[in-house]
Write a protein that binds this ligand. Structure first.
Ligand SMILES: NC(=O)c1ccc[n+]([C@@H]2O[C@H](COP(=O)([O-])OP(=O)(O)OC[C@H]3O[C@@H](n4cnc5c(N)ncnc54)[C@H](O)[C@@H]3O)[C@@H](O)[C@H]2O)c1
Ligand SMILES: O=CCCC(=O)C(=O)O
Length: 478
């Protein structure tokens, strides 16, 4: 089996060890061998990025555009294969895997366009005979640290804007999903980028991640992952004057009001809570339902849940793939136990499921009779588990929805324009969804949360430049 190497300063290099990645739908299936970088290699990657910065920052915008556009074209041309690899490695179903690969391609295309739209301002000065220009400059070396659950789209929405704005990149993917990261890196490596502008270092958070975080040659870190890790890293970057952007967990509410269309409500709950095995930062884990529709909603939801097929991610007809690995499965099972101990009623799912292939299969689970104070409603589970919280009216629903330390996405299902408009104004979240699942976002508009979910400027869309550039104000005597 070929060893997939790290990419440093334009060269493919072996690491100090190697990692095997395993298919969570079939644990007998070893996907590949991946080089594991150590501290020294992470430092070499940073040094290469630093050395490449001077010329990349002044590369013409046509060259930058063409390279990003080429990467996007290549990803789109290979989306079926990339999607298959992603699904085999992460466990989301094949349509979801191909969808994510497609999204990554579109992101590179979008940021190719952004290269041409990076604008500045020319303003009159308050002093006669003086002109003012406001321009944007790249930051330097950007470290990209990403999680396992969107192994190609999240790296894409960090790497593409970083390069578009003229930065050099050192990319450290999550250790569970080196395959998708390596495939993306291989496309980037063949795109015509000068050596050192983009570097891939696969390895552990404790070794490679920590090295990037503490390197004084790294000017910015864009991180997506858990709150525990993100919050611990941020002060170290801020402390040495580096920029940091964190996208972290969620405990996203979906409010269902009495006047909701029942089928829309159930569709949003199924999609938001269980697709991608519930392993999305945007997943709906708290279903906040008013009393008048509560019983009908639960009954119909359980009916639909029972029809979901949990099976091998690559099998046609699978709605939900496996949990990503044993550690995440243990966490899910722990929360199922905690929910029961807290007095919640498990009305559906939560069973380990046996299929033709040995994998981490868990049937989608629903708790009812829960309160917002329970741990299952306060802590991110990150699996196919949701809990219903019964409330009396809209005001109570809104208060419960906002009563969380997180604030990534918040959804409502209603036919009332008044409540929908009010919810859009008062939901304490970075993303608000009306009659749509809480998960599933566009690639050309800002993405990010509030409160404990995020820190720093938004990712994606034109807003991405706020993080990846620094503003300069120049005064000229005319
Ligand atoms: N808000 C968002 O946009 C978003 C998107 C996807 C996932 N997430 C969150 O990600 C989490 C799941 O992903 P995960 O388990 O990979 O998260 P994680 O925090 O364990 O790891 C994320 C990344 O950080 C690295 N890392 C770990 N320890 C490190 C350290 N000490 N120093 C530097 N790097 C370190 C990991 O190797 C990995 O690459 C969930 O909490 C989920 O909500 C958030
Ligand atoms: O897991 C975080 C990203 C979620 C996302 O991109 C989506 O819901 O579409």
């Amino acid at each position: 089996m070929m060893l997939h190497k790290n990419f440093i300063d334009g060269q493919w290099v072996a690491g100090s060890g190697e990692t095997l990645n395993i298919n969570p739908s079939d644990t007998r299936d070893v996907i590949g061998r991946y080089a594991r970088a150590d501290r020294a290699q992470a430092q070499e990657a940073v040094a290469a990025a630093r050395a490449a910065f001077a010329s990349w920052r002044s590369a013409g915008i046509q060259q930058r555009h063409d390279i990003l556009d080429h990467i996007g074209t290549e990803i789109l041309a290979r989306r079926e294969d990339l999607g298959r690899l992603l699904s085999r490695e992460e466990g989301k179903t094949l349509p979801e895997g191909i969808g994510e690969a497609t999204r990554a391609g579109m992101i590179f295309k979008f940021f190719a366009g952004e290269v041409l739209r990076l604008d500045g301002e020319r303003l009159p000065s308050v002093r006669p005979g003086v002109e003012v220009e406001v321009s944007r400059e790249p930051l330097g070396v950007v470290a990209v640290i990403s999680p396992w659950n969107f192994p190609i789209a999240i790296p894409a929405w960090k790497i593409a804007p970083a390069l578009a704005c003229g930065n050099c990149v050192v990319f450290k993917p999550a250790a569970l999903v080196p395959g998708s990261a390596w495939a993306l890196a291989e496309i980037i490596a063949h795109s015509g980028l000068p050596a050192g502008v983009f570097n891939l270092v696969m390895g552990s958070g404790a070794e490679v991640g920590e090295t990037l975080v503490d390197s004084t040659q790294v000017d910015a870190l864009t991180f997506t992952g858990s709150n525990t890790v993100g919050r611990a890293l941020a002060p170290r970057l801020v402390g040495r004057g580096a920029r940091v952007q964190l996208e972290m967990g969620g405990k996203n509410p979906l409010v269902v009001l009495d006047d909701a269309d029942l089928e829309v409500a159930v569709h949003c709950a199924i999609q938001g809570a269980y697709y991608s095995t519930g392993q999305r930062c945007t997943a709906s884990s708290r279903l906040i339902v008013t009393a008048g529709i509560h019983d009908r909603f639960v009954e119909r939801l359980v009916e639909k849940m029972q029809a979901l097929r949990v099976d091998h991610a690559l099998k046609e007809g699978s709605d939900i793939g496996p949990v990503v690995d044993q550690a995440q499965l243990d966490q899910d099972l722990d929360y199922l136990r905690i929910g029961r101990e807290e007095g919640a009623r498990l009305v559906c799912g939560g069973d380990l499921v046996e299929r033709e292939t040995p994998g981490y299969y868990l049937s989608p689970a629903l708790f009812t009779e829960t309160s917002n104070a329970m741990r299952i409603n306060r802590e991110e589970i990150f699996g196919p588990i949701a809990a219903v919280i019964r409330v009396q009216d809209y005001e109570e629903a809104l208060a419960v929805a906002n009563d969380t330390e997180f604030g990534l996405t918040s959804g409502i299902v209603t036919t009332s324009l008044k409540h929908a408009s009010d919810f859009k104004r008062r939901a304490q979240a970075g993303l608000v969804m009306v009659n749509l699942p809480t998960a599933g976002v566009d690639y050309h508009v800002p993405f990010g949360g509030r409160k404990g979910s995020s820190f720093g400027p938004r990712e994606q869309g034109g807003y991405a430049r706020e993080f990846f550039t620094i503003v300069k104000t120049a005064y000229t005597a005319s």
